[in-house]
Design a protein around this ligand. Structure first.
Ligand code: ZN
Length: 248
């Protein structure tokens, strides 16, 4: 899938799905080429190690082709540098500031979100690139939603009696957690406009065949050909190649 909010903005963007298999470098290139982006190679990609932190890295040209250690978010204004986040239930978030031409990709795991990754990312965009939150466009990718994300006992104990208790939804004998609402609230608190947020509305558990769901796999082992299958969300600024008309 691709986000409508990022269309026609000279961006390389999209979320892979299960038809490409569990994502790796080679499949990432294949996926991006399938969207019509030419001249993509693994050297264009930057990955975050994804350690369930709230740390965000501002990429330099030399970061292309690398995995950035100990971070869960990436920011870049380097053309043709494509940021990649892998997930299978966590919230993948893509951001773009069309004024300052800066992109970001965040791994919105529950821990990353509760630790404040969204706030950190927006602060870094403001600090490093003079972004204004009201200009920033957001795409929220497929993730496990309140329909299926129930909390295990340990997580429940960790979150109860905290400010995150308001995202609990009690149904039958389980407590569910609304990651989507948490992400939205974090964006709004950081000054992002609601109209500038596009939520794809896809639940990975509901659509576990089209995307991948770690929780579904945990409950039904063996549903995927490859263990720990993941899909990826990408965003990058497309280098403007001069067309014949531009040169006239
Ligand atoms: Zn669901």
């Amino acid at each position: 899938m691709q986000f409508k909010i990022f269309k026609n903005k000279n961006l390389i963007q999209g979320v892979s799905n299960a038809s490409f298999g569990s994502i790796n470098e080679k499949r990432s290139v294949k996926f991006l080429k399938s969207l019509g982006y030419k001249n993509i190679s693994p050297k264009n990609l930057v990955w975050a190690e994804q350690v369930f932190s709230s740390r965000v890295h501002v990429c330099l040209p030399k970061d292309s082709g690398k995995i950035i250690k100990e971070v869960d978010g990436l920011i870049s204004n380097v053309p043709d540098q494509i940021l990649g986040i892998i997930s299978a239930d966590c919230v993948p978030v893509l951001l773009y500031d069309p004024k300052q031409k800066v992109v970001a990709a965040l791994h919105g795991g529950r821990k990353c979100l509760t630790k404040g990754i969204i706030k950190n990312a927006i602060e870094e965009m403001v600090l490093n690139f003079n972004s204004k939150p009201k200009d920033i466009l957001v795409g929220i990718g497929p993730h496990i939603r309140a329909c299926h994300y129930w909390l295990k006992e340990k997580t429940y104990q960790n979150l109860k009696d905290t400010k995150f208790e308001k995202y609990f939804i009690k149904r039958k004998n389980k407590v569910y957690f609304d990651l989507t609402k948490l992400a939205f609230d974090e964006f709004l608190k950081s000054g992002i406009k609601k109209k500038n947020i596009e939520d794809c509305k896809i639940c990975t558990f509901c659509f576990y065949k089209k995307y991948f769901s770690a929780r579904k796999e945990e409950e039904f082992p063996g549903i995927y050909k490859e263990k720990n299958s993941r899909f990826a969300s990408f965003i990058g600024i497309e280098k403007k190649t001069k067309t014949a008309i531009d040169r006239i």
